[in-house]
Design a protein around this ligand. Structure first.
Ligand SMILES: [Fe+2]
Length: 324
């Protein structure tokens, strides 16, 4: 139940670090070109650098649809089906839908989506993310396993070939095999592009059927505060007297948004120092993967994450699910 940090260095897929001059020379290579030449082994595949460049263009106002078109222009499995912008969710920039046709009038899967959003409500934070899913968000279709899960994962791999760094990582696969008692899949994929100082406040990712999350740092750095929920309750009780006892704090964590709790979690240097002194502050560098278990809302890893350093950050986060 504790977060686990492990390396991807022994991945069968090399991590192309942006500091490598041979990589930076490929910054404009369309990621889709990497597919046919095998994202897993070709030194001509610069998908991480290409993705960093893509997010930089998106921050400058490039259209997400144009970027996807550039990455999927020769793809034979997915066809564009439409775009929407959520008028209520002010963080959403654009949601693009594709279908996977099987034959005229027949489909392997429909309503697969890639949603580009700002990560934070703070207008000063231009961190971005792309989430791959399917169906309706309001009815949480993604919690129901089926053929669309596999096609959604495949869609993510086509748009971001660097997915293979995570999915083909030998040490990661070994850890997941050891931790889980059945076959697993990595779905509901999210690609994060944090800018320095930008990120997410304390939260958990427990959802029905989601056994946890694996977060893999591919470029730049992020700093994490990550720990089991029960331990967080204890630390809050020690550092925020106004929140009451452990039972009250536990109820507050599960309850409606509470400004006092928010401040205690996210604006209390004493808590941060306490967590750092007990090994709960982690700095992820390229090649690090963090496992965040979530057995239930009561037994899961709480965490906050921010980009640090001067380098642009690229990271992938996948939900861990039982394989159907
Ligand atoms: Fe999270």
């Amino acid at each position: 139940m504790k977060p686990l940090l492990l390396g991807l260095e022994r991945s069968s897929v090399p991590i192309w670090r942006i500091e490598n001059s041979s990589v930076t020379s490929g910054s404009t290579t369309p990621a889709s070109r990497c597919r046919s030449s095998s994202a897993s082994s070709s030194p001509s595949c610069f998908s991480i650098e290409a993705s960093l460049a893509m997010f930089a263009r998106l921050r400058e106002g490039a259209r997400f649809l144009d970027e996807l078109e550039q990455r999927l222009w020769d793809d034979e499995d997915f066809v564009y089906a439409g775009s929407t912008v959520d008028a209520v969710d002010h963080r959403e920039i654009e949601k693009i839908f594709v279908d996977a046709p099987a034959a005229p009038g027949r489909y392997h899967a429909r309503d697969l989506s890639a949603k580009l959003s700002w990560i934070a409500d703070d207008e000063q934070d231009d961190s971005l993310r792309v989430r791959f899913s399917f169906g309706h968000e309001a009815t949480r279709d993604w919690l129901t396993p089926g053929p669309r899960t596999e096609w959604s994962d495949r869609f993510a791999e086509r748009v971001f070939p660097e997915c293979a760094v995570i999915t083909e990582s030998t040490p990661l696969r070994a850890v997941l095999d050891a931790c889980l008692d059945r076959s697993w899949r990595l779905s509901e994929r999210i690609v994060y592009a944090n800018t320095p100082g930008g990120g997410a406040m304390f939260h958990h990712d427990a959802d029905p059927g989601q056994r946890g999350v694996v977060f893999a740092q591919l470029a730049g750095h992020t700093v994490w505060l990550a720990l089991p929920r029960a331990e967080l309750v204890d630390r809050l009780a020690e550092t925020s007297a106004g929140l009451g006892d452990a039972d009250s704090i536990g109820a507050a964590l599960d309850g409606e948004p509470d400004p006092r709790l928010w401040d205690a979690l996210n604006a209390n240097p004493t808590l941060t120092a306490q967590l750092a002194s007990t090994g709960r502050l982690l700095v992820l560098t390229p090649g690090d993967a963090l496992l965040l278990p979530s057995h239930s809302a009561e037994c899961c890893a709480w965490h906050s994450v921010f980009g640090v350093g001067d380098a642009r950050s690229l990271a992938h986060s996948y939900g861990i699910f039982d394989h159907a």
